[in-house]
Design a protein around this ligand. Structure first.
Ligand code: SF4
Length: 389
C-alpha cells in the first residue's frame, strides 16, 4: 500500500493487530486506523486491535511485493509489530520467506519487542534484504532496545526515534546505520495532547549521528512544532521539514541496493528549492517533452510556445541552404504575388474551363463529377463576362 512516510516507498501488512507496550504507543496510528478499517475490511482487521489477522494468503496483487517490479524500500507491518507476542513463529517465518523471495526490495522491520526479535533470529537466518530496527522514544524504554538491536546480526540496523518524547542524553550510535527522528502526532486532526519535539533534542542527535557515521533522516516535527515567529504552534504535519534551514532526508548505505539510496523518494525532491521540478535535458528531437506539475502552472501557453518553436525549427531546417553563417543572417528572396508562376498551362485566376466547348468535351470524357456540371457552367459564364467586360 502506498505510504506517505518519507523514509519508505511502500508499506506491507502481511500481519495486523498489536497491543500498546510503552509511551511511544500513546497515539498509535495502527490502533486508530484499525477502528476505522475494521468496518470495511473485517477479514483484514480482527474484531479488536489486540487480535491477530494473517493476511499473507489473501493479499491482492497491488498489496503483494511479489508483483511490485520496481525496487522499493518497504515498511513491514505498519499496522502491527512483527514480533508481537500473539504472532506465531510460523506466521513470522512465512513473512520472512516471502521477503526472501523478493530480493529486489529492501524491508524495514521495526519493533518495540527486540527481545523476541533477538530470540527468534537465534534459530532463523535474517534475510539479506531486511533492515532490522527498533523504536526509541525515551531513555527508559528506548535505549535498552537499541542495545539489544546492536547484538542482532550484521546487516543494516536502524532506529526510529519517532515519537521522540525526551532528550536522549549521552546516547551513542556506534553499530547503528540509520536513525529516523520525528515528533509525536495525533492522527488526522484528532484531539489529544502531544509532547512537543524540541529542536535542541534533534540537533543533539544530528551531532551524534555525524560523529558516529550514522545516516540521519529528520521526518517531521509532530503535531506541535516550533514556529520562528510565534513560538510553538499546532499545524498540519509536514514530512521532511528543514532543521536550521537544511533538509535531512538521508538513507543508509546498503551497497547491494546500489546508489539508489542517495535518491530516496523525498530526498531528491527536497534538495531542490521549492517549486523547482527536476527536468532532464534531452537532445532536441522533432517534439518537445515539457513536464510541469499541473497544480503549479497553466500548461496551455507552454504548449503554444513549444508548437511555435517546432514551426520555427521546421522552417530553419527547410531553409538551411539559405543560412549565411558569415553574417548570421537568413537570406530570404520573397517573390511578389504578381510574379508567382501560375500552375503550368493555366493563367492565374482562370477557372478550370474557359469555354462551354471545353466543359462539354470534359463531360464527354467523364472528367466532371455528376452534379458539378451546373457549377462549372456558371463559372464559365462568369469568366466569359469578365473577358467581354
Ligand atoms: S507497538 Fe506499534 S503498532 Fe503496536 S501498539 Fe505500539 S505503536 Fe501501535
Amino acid at each position: 500500500m502506498a505510504t506517505k512516510i518519507s523514509w519508505a516507498e511502500d508499506s506491507w501488512n502481511p500481519l495486523t493487530g498489536c497491543k500498546k507496550v510503552s509511551p511511544g504507543c500513546r497515539h498509535c496510528y495502527a490502533s486508530w486506523q484499525h477502528n476505522r478499517m475494521h468496518a470495511n475490511f473485517p477479514h483484514l482487521y480482527g474484531p479488536k486491535f489486540e487480535d491477530v489477522s494473517f493476511n499473507l494468503d489473501h493479499l491482492s496483487k497491488g498489496n503483494d511485493p511479489l508483483h511490485w517490479k520496481t525496487p522499493k524500500i518497504v515498511f513491514v507491518c505498519s499496522m502491527s509489530d512483527l514480533f508481537y507476542e500473539k504472532h506465531t513463529s510460523k506466521q513470522i517465518e512465512a513473512v520472512l520467506k516471502h521477503i526472501e523471495k523478493t530480493q529486489w526490495h529492501r524491508y524495514v522491520v521495526l519493533t518495540k519487542r527486540p527481545e523476541r526479535m533477538r530470540d527468534f533470529f537465534k534459530n532463523c537466518p535474517i534475510p539479506s534484504n531486511v533492515w532490522l530496527g527498533v523504536t526509541c522514544e525515551d531513555r527508559k524504554h528506548g535505549i535498552p532496545r537499541v542495545e539489544i538491536l546492536k547484538t542482532i546480526g550484521t546487516g543494516i540496523k536502524c532506529v526510529s526515534m519517532e515519537p521522540l518524547l525526551e532528550d536522549l542524553g549521552d546516547t551513542r550510535l556506534k553499530g547503528i546505520d540509520w536513525i529516523m527522528v520525528g515528533g509525536e502526532r495525533v492522527c488526522n486532526g484528532r484531539q489529544g495532547s502531544t509532547t512537543a519535539l524540541k529542536p535542541a533534542w534533534v540537533r543533539k542527535l544530528l551531532r551524534v549521528a555525524r560523529k558516529d557515521g550514522v545516516a540521519f533522516h529528520f521526518k517531521q516535527w509532530g503535531s506541535q512544532h516550533p514556529d520562528p515567529d510565534i513560538g510553538w504552534t499546532r499545524n498540519v504535519v509536514k514530512e521532511n521539514p528543514p532543521l536550521d534551514g537544511k533538509v535531512y532526508a538521508e538513507f543508509p548505505n546498503d551497497p547491494s541496493f546500489g546508489g539508489r539510496l542517495t535518491m530516496g523518494k523525498h530526498a531528491s525532491k527536497q534538495a531542490l528549492p521549492q517549486n523547482v521540478v527536476p527536468m532532464k535535458w534531452k537532445e532536441p528531437t522533432d517534439h518537445f517533452n515539457v513536464r510541469m506539475p499541473a497544480q503549479h502552472l497553466d500548461t496551455g501557453p507552454l504548449r503554444q510556445l513549444a508548437n511555435a518553436l517546432i514551426r520555427v525549427s521546421d522552417w530553419v531546417r527547410e531553409h538551411a541552404d539559405r543560412l549565411d553563417d558569415d553574417n548570421n543572417t537568413v537570406v530570404v528572396h520573397e517573390v511578389p504575388i504578381s510574379e508567382r508562376r501560375p500552375t503550368p498551362g493555366r493563367r492565374v485566376g482562370s477557372p478550370r474551363f474557359e469555354s462551354y466547348a471545353e466543359l462539354d468535351a470534359a463531360i464527354a470524357r467523364g472528367e466532371v463529377k455528376p452534379g458539378s456540371e451546373a457549377a462549372y457552367r456558371a463559372n464559365v459564364t462568369r469568366y466569359l463576362k469578365t473577358q467581354r467586360g
